[in-house]
Design a protein around this ligand. Structure first.
Ligand code: ZN
Length: 163
């Protein structure tokens, strides 16, 4: 496992789209590096592969207080979004930059876990926001691009703003 350098904007790699992972065995070292790199940052809660210069569709997230509960998602897909929140976010690829982004309040996500087993779950609150932020990276969207209006994937009830 190696702590990798986190790419910062305007590195063109951050604008690329990720490629689907076909064999999860081939991304195990990448995942280990991503987690090590995430935990090496003081406050990072998520990382997408392209932030360390790789184009595989992999994100890692850990929002636990002790940073000991990693969520690894391979080929994640947002299949449903409901409600809206405006969240203030930072990004490891945009040092010293915070922005407000409109996000779905609740999401439904599918993907593969670190062993290649299918995952399908719903998330709300901070986890939902982090998932959307990291999945944005996989399609070349970074926080500073977030000027576009959010179109609900599903007509849901509006959610209250996050504090
Ligand atoms: Zn980011």
């Amino acid at each position: 496992m190696t702590v990798q350098t986190i790419l910062t904007a305007p590195n063109p790699l951050l604008k690329r789209s990720a490629k689907q992972v076909v064999d999860v065995h081939l991304v195990q070292d990448l995942i280990a590096d991503m987690l090590e790199t995430l935990y090496d940052t003081p406050h990072g809660v998520g990382l997408a592969a392209m932030q360390i210069g790789r184009l595989e569709s992999v994100i890692v997230i850990d929002i636990s207080p002790n940073r000991d509960a990693p969520l690894v998602l391979i080929n994640p897909e947002l299949i449903l979004g409901e409600g809206q929140v405006t969240s203030e976010e930072g990004c490891l690829s945009l040092p010293n930059f915070n922005a407000y982004a409109k996000r779905y309040a609740e999401v439904e996500v599918m993907g593969l876990d670190v062993r290649g087993q299918p995952l399908h779950f719903e998330a709300a609150g901070f986890l939902a926001i982090v998932l959307q932020h990291e999945m944005d990276h996989l399609r070349g969207v970074i926080l500073s691009d977030h000027a576009e209006p959010l179109v609900p994937l599903h007509i849901g009830q509006s959610a209250s703003k996050l504090s």
